[in-house]
Design a protein around this ligand. Structure first.
Ligand SMILES: [Zn+2]
Length: 407
């Protein structure tokens, strides 16, 4: 078997947290399955006992499975480990203020169905009922799937990690809302809830195949939709903070007297770059409830705006260019504060990346504190990849990633 050069990623040491070692094991199983415990230990350069502890945890979490022995050599037969992506599914749900999206994915996060969506009702009880009904129908429509491991839900708000309560979701007008209990009761499935930006960041880390250096490194995910969600991973761990609000760059002001934000303050980054802000700029009005109602009924979307910009609509070009500039200025703050190896940008606006990349980079260059920082890799994630649904799937498919740090 090919041996991974240990210098390419931090292997397990006494100083490396169990969380990171767990991720390395998951990535190795994913990349090399089926793989034996002995091979895992060899690849990581640690003892079999150390690997077994992590493997047993992952088996208990049902993140990995033990398959039959592969070879019939004389002597002891190794048991192979693999991530079972066959027939078992997870439900991925992306609740946004305008619409809610749903799909079934396999245990490595690959979509098993197309994406369905419906307008979001902001009353949590009604939304849970609607969501549960859609989920049950989606599962019933796919009898080829053996079982469902759970539901991963991403929400546009701050989530208390220990209870999964939504502490504050400005675009939905929610404070202290429990979605998990109601949804679990209505569907009979375990439910995981996470902030959309954080889930997107986790999913990117999970998806890094040959790039284990990145999987243990620092990355930021900026998710632009009705609002702006930011997920931060530092030293291979999700940044949550004391009150679960760490990384909320969407509500850091670019200007104190800028446009009104969903959080009630003025001039937040979100109020300049969200889809609602971009559309409001185009139509020359404030991003308010009416803009959200338009989005719910798909009257006119950022996709439509981009199509017009590709035509000869100068106003559409100007609206998108302005968003690009504010995006770059805000990214400079993110980079000046956190100095990550890579920043991912997700959302419909990435459909116009070829049009806006230059403006984003120029604005970033104006404010980045060093020329090296200005060169930080910015990677758009195509809207067609549904990064938020991938993030939701990862909450169930890769529970170890969402686990609290074991000191
Ligand atoms: Zn705000």
């Amino acid at each position: 078997m090919r041996r991974i050069n240990p210098s390419r990623f931090k292997v397990a040491t006494r100083g490396t947290s169990r969380d990171i070692n767990t991720r390395i094991v998951l990535n190795l199983v994913r990349a090399h399955q089926p793989i034996s415990r002995a091979d895992l230990a060899r690849q990581m350069g640690v003892s079999r006992g150390a690997v077994s502890l992590i493997v047993n945890d992952l088996l208990a979490q049902r993140a990995i499975f033990e398959g039959a022995t592969g070879e019939t050599e004389r002597g002891r037969k190794p048991t192979f480990l693999y991530i079972d992506s066959r027939r078992r599914a997870v439900v991925a749900a992306d609740i946004r203020a305008s619409e809610t999206f749903l799909m079934l994915a396999d245990l490595v996060g690959k979509p098993l169905t197309g994406v369905i969506s419906f307008p979001t009702v902001s009353d949590p009880k009604q939304l849970i009922a609607k969501l549960a009904a859609r989920i049950k129908r989606l599962i019933a429509d796919h009898p080829e799937i053996d079982g469902c491991a759970g539901i991963g839900v991403v929400v546009p708000g701050m989530v208390e990690h220990s209870t999964m309560r939504v502490l504050h979701a400005p675009t939905l007008g929610w404070r202290n809302v429990d979605v998990r209990e109601g949804l679990a009761a209505a569907t009979g499935l375990p439910v995981q809830i996470e902030n959309s930006g954080r889930a997107c960041a986790l999913a990117q880390m999970w998806a890094l195949r040959g790039d284990l250096a990145m999987a243990t490194g620092d990355l930021v995910f900026v998710s632009v939709s009705d609002g702006v969600g930011v997920g931060v991973i530092m030293n291979g761990e999700v940044l949550r903070g004391r009150h679960n609000i760490a990384g909320e760059f969407g509500h850091v002001p670019l200007s104190l007297d800028g446009p009104k934000c969903s959080c009630g303050a003025h001039g937040c980054w979100e109020a300049y770059i969200s889809n609602r802000a971009t559309l409001a700029r185009y139509f020359g009005r404030a991003a308010n409830t009416a803009t959200l109602e338009d989005a719910k009924h798909r009257q006119f979307s950022v996709e439509d705006l981009i199509t017009r910009a590709r035509g000869s609509d100068a106003k559409a070009v100007a609206a998108i260019e302005a968003t690009a500039r504010y995006l770059g200025l805000g990214l400079a703050s993110v980079i000046n504060v956190l100095d990550p190896s890579r920043v991912y940008v997700g959302g419909e606006i990435t459909l116009a990346w070829d049009l806006i990349e230059g403006t984003v980079r120029t604005a970033l260059g104006e404010r980045a504190l060093t020329s090296a920082a200005a060169e930080t890799e910015i990677r758009p994630v195509a809207a067609a990849e549904y990064p938020r649904l991938q993030g939701a799937a990862a909450l169930v498919a890769a529970p170890a990633f969402a686990a609290p740090v074991v000191a």
